[in-house]
Design a protein around this ligand. Structure first.
Ligand SMILES: *[C@@H]1O[C@H](CO)[C@@H](O)[C@H](O)[C@H]1NC(C)=O
Ligand SMILES: *[C@@H]1O[C@H](CO)[C@@H](O)[C@H](O)[C@H]1NC(C)=O
Ligand SMILES: *[C@@H]1O[C@H](CO)[C@@H](O)[C@H](O)[C@H]1NC(C)=O
Ligand SMILES: *[C@@H]1O[C@H](CO)[C@@H](O)[C@H](O)[C@H]1NC(C)=O
Ligand SMILES: *[C@@H]1O[C@H](CO)[C@@H](O)[C@H](O)[C@H]1NC(C)=O
Ligand SMILES: *[C@@H]1O[C@H](CO)[C@@H](O)[C@H](O)[C@H]1NC(C)=O
Ligand SMILES: *[C@@H]1O[C@H](CO)[C@@H](O)[C@H](O)[C@H]1NC(C)=O
Length: 286
């Protein structure tokens, strides 16, 4: 028995399609009447309108809770991070004294970093504060009143303030800075300083003597607290320069600098940059 297959001619298909697109008998466009289409359109209009309104409302409510002057979440218990300049990817400062090209990029980085510390710039923008105590500046009823910053003069860094920063004569300087934490009072009213040493006890002799600027590696309390970049526009971050006076040449030195302060821990096993920083320094010479 032969099964008769339903076969349509090409013309038949075309006619069916034409009828599907526009059926003059039922007045349907693509299978729906004008009213049906209008209802669908209306539904989606209302639906998306509602979603948009919901999104805007949520956003608005969220923004109401955000203070532009203070990060919403900051981990106050976390110790501030510490970083060095010149900063390279691997925190590795290696150079050859007699080959200027190996260290002039370090000099350039330090030049750039210290530009805002120029005494003239500091005198023009910042105040001479009383050393040894926090520079607290309460709002006194005026919310977010602009805060004055204290002077940190480039010349306080002694031989680490300019020229070749010691790289030209094999006594390189590295700057150590503590990251800003808003409304943080490091040291609990007691001295805050930077301490640097060879990471391993047995390498201390090879590392040689260090000099710190300002004296004793002190970070004066007057540079705290930091009130945030919106109100504390001219804030100049204090730095400590460590100069390696007698590095044994042609060997790697692993150095660690940490912050010594009553309320800053520098021994977090999980965070290598909390309260301390480790880097490698090496001077090559013949
Ligand atoms: C800052 O001082 C250095 C040298 O101490 C100088 O070369 C540079 O032009 C000064 N920059 C500004 C902005 O004053
Ligand atoms: C910084 O330098 C300026 C200009 O030389 C000077 O007037 C000011 O007293 C210095 N400030 C500090 C804190 O050393
Ligand atoms: C910041 O420095 C500018 C000059 O560059 C000065 O006009 C302004 O008063 C300073 N702001 C504060 C809060 O000290
Ligand atoms: C620092 O000492 C002063 C005076 O004794 C005190 O008023 C202030 O609360 C202390 N600040 C901190 C952060 O301990
Ligand atoms: C540095 O420390 C020594 C000894 O601890 C002290 O005698 C000296 O006054 C300190 N210098 C400064 C500028 O704090
Ligand atoms: C520099 O270090 C070497 C040993 O590494 C030592 O013999 C020499 O006395 C040191 N020089 C100074 C000025 O400390
Ligand atoms: C240092 O640079 C000089 C000049 O380019 C070169 O002759 C010398 O071999 C280099 N020394 C080391 C230890 O790389």
């Amino acid at each position: 028995m032969a099964v008769e297959k339903e076969k349509k001619s090409c013309g038949q298909v075309m006619a069916e399609w034409r009828q599907f697109i526009w059926d003059p008998r039922t007045h349907q466009f693509m299978g729906r009447t004008g009213t049906s289409w209008a209802l669908i359109l209306l539904f989606y209009l209302v639906f998306y309108g509602f979603l948009t309104a919901l999104f805007i409302l949520t956003m608005w409510v969220l923004l109401q809770t955000v203070d532009p002057h203070m990060p919403k979440y900051q981990d106050r218990l976390a110790t501030p991070g510490v970083m060095i300049r010149p900063k390279t990817e691997a925190l590795d400062v290696t150079f050859n004294v007699s080959n200027t090209e190996t260290w002039d990029h370090y000099v350039k980085m330090l030049d750039e970093f210290l530009e805002p510390y120029n005494d003239s710039v500091q005198a023009a923008t910042n105040a001479a504060c009383r050393p040894g105590r926090y520079n607290e500046q309460p709002d006194d009823g005026v919310p977010n009143y602009p805060k004055r910053a204290c002077q940190f003069n480039r010349t306080q860094l002694g031989p680490c303030a300019g020229r070749t920063y010691g790289y030209g004569d094999g006594r390189p300087c590295v700057l150590v800075k503590m990251n800003r934490v808003i409304n943080f009072f490091p040291g609990d009213n007691k001295t805050v300083s930077v301490v640097c040493a060879a990471k391993k006890e047995e390498d201390v002799a090879q590392l040689g003597d260090l000099a710190l600027y300002p004296a004793n590696g002190t970070i004066d309390l007057m540079y705290f607290p930091y009130y945030g970049k919106k109100v504390h526009v001219n804030y100049t971050q204090p730095v400590v320069a460590v100069q390696f006076l007698n590095l044994t040449a042609n060997v790697d030195h692993n150095v660690e600098c940490h912050i010594r302060a009553a309320n800053i821990r520098a021994d977090d096993e999980r965070d290598k940059f909390a309260g301390r920083v480790a880097f490698k320094i090496r001077v090559n010479r013949n």
